[in-house]
Design a protein around this ligand. Structure first.
Ligand SMILES: [Zn+2]
Length: 306
C-alpha cells in the first residue's frame, strides 16, 4: 500500500507541475514501479492457476524438497508455466529501491516438459538463494578487466554460471543431463545472450562433478560437450573465474550427502538410469519414465530432519 500511495503522490505531482524535470523524475519512478507491480501480479496469478494442474502436487513437493537444502528465510511459491523462471529477489528493482515489504520468492517449472527435466528448477532456486549473498558481485568485480570495466555483462553471466554449478552440486548428473536434453539443438551455439557459452557451462558442470568424485558422470557430460560444442570452453570471457564459481557451490552440501534429506534425487536418478539403459532415449520412453517418476514423487513423504 505504501507503494500505491507513493505512486499516486508522484502522479499528482507530475500532473500539477509545469517543470519538465519534475515530470521526468516522477516518470522515472512510476514506470518501473508499475512494471514491478505487474510482474508480481503475473506471478501470483500463475501460482494460483497452477494449483489446479494435475502435476501441481509433484512440482510443489519437488521444490519443497530442494528448498530444504538451501538456507531460505522467505516463502517460495511454485507455478507451472512455459519455461523455468524465478523472481530472484526482484533483483531488477534493486537500483530503484523497490522491495516487497514481506519478501518472498517464486519459481516456475516448465509445464510442457517431461518431469524428468524438472531438476532444471534447481538452477532457478539458486537465483533466489544468490540474491541474498554477495557471491555474484564479488566474482564479477574480479572480472572487470576482462570486460573492460563493463559491470553488467560479467554480472549476468557469472550469476547464470553459479546457478549451474549449484544445481549440479545438489542433483549430481541430473541437472547437466536435463540441461543437455532440453538445449540439445542449441548446444553448438556460441551466442547465448546473457548466458555463458554452452561449452563453458557444460565444462563447469563436469568440473563440479569431478569435485564430488563423480568422474563417470563428469565423463558423460564431457562426451556431450565434445559432440555438440562448436567452441572451446575457455573461449568464454568469464572462464578465468571457473574455480571461484565451483567454490561458491561448495558452500552447499554435495549430492552424495543428500540421500536422506532429498529422496526425490534418488527417484529422479533411477529415472535417468532407466532412460539411458544402453539405448537412445525415445520420446515414448521419456513419457513412460516421466509417468513412473510422477507416481514415485506423488507417493513421497518429506522426511523429518535428523
Ligand atoms: Zn538462470
Amino acid at each position: 500500500m505504501e507503494l500505491i500511495t507513493e505512486l499516486r503522490r508522484k502522479l499528482i505531482q507530475a500532473k500539477r507541475t509545469e517543470s519538465g524535470a519534475v515530470r521526468r523524475s516522477a516518470c522515472g519512478f512510476v514506470s518501473p514501479a508499475l512494471h514491478y507491480l505487474r510482474i508480481q501480479r503475473q506471478w501470483m496469478l500463475a501460482v494460483q492457476q497452477s494449483l489446479s494442474h494435475p502435476n501441481s502436487l509433484v512440482a510443489t513437493k519437488l521444490v519443497q524438497g530442494y528448498c530444504r537444502v538451501f538456507p531460505f528465510e522467505y516463502p517460495i511459491y511454485v507455478s507451472l508455466r512455459e519455461g523455468y523462471m524465478s523472481t530472484g529477489s526482484f533483483v531488477y528493482y534493486k537500483r530503484v529501491g523497490l522491495k516487497p515489504r514481506k519478501e518472498y520468492f517464486a519459481v516456475s517449472l516448465d509445464v510442457t516438459d517431461p518431469l524428468i527435466l524438472w531438476p532444471l528448477v534447481v538452477h532457478e532456486l539458486a537465483h533466489c538463494w544468490l540474491s541474498h549473498t554477495d557471491h555474484v558481485d564479488r566474482i564479477s568485480s574480479s572480472l572487470l578487466e576482462t570486460f573492460n570495466g563493463s559491470y553488467s555483462e560479467p554480472e549476468d553471466r557469472v550469476e547464470e554460471a553459479v546457478c549451474d554449478a549449484v544445481a549440479t552440486r545438489l542433483t549430481g548428473a541430473q541437472y547437466p543431463l536435463a540441461f543437455a536434453m532440453k538445449l540439445w539443438l542449441d548446444l553448438p551455439s556460441k551466442e547465448t545472450g546473457y548466458h555463458p557459452f554452452n561449452s563453458f557451462r557444460l565444462e563447469l558442470m563436469a568440473q563440479t562433478l569431478d569435485d564430488m568424485h563423480l568422474f563417470e558422470e563428469a565423463g558423460q557430460v564431457r562426451d556431450i560437450a565434445a559432440t555438440s560444442s562448436s567452441s572451446g570452453w575457455n573461449d568464454e570471457p568469464i572462464s578465468p573465474s571457473l574455480q571461484a564459481l565451483i567454490h561458491v557451490a561448495k558452500g552447499l552440501p554435495p549430492y552424495a550427502s543428500l540421500a536422506h534429506r532429498l529422496p526425490c534425487n534418488e527417484a529422479i536418478n533411477r529415472s535417468w538410469a532407466n532412460l539411458y539403459n544402453g539405448k537412445e532415449p525415445s520420446l515414448s520412453r521419456i513419457k513412460v519414465t516421466s509417468n513412473d517418476l510422477k507416481n514415485a514423487l506423488e507417493g513421497w513423504t518429506m522426511p523429518t530432519d535428523a
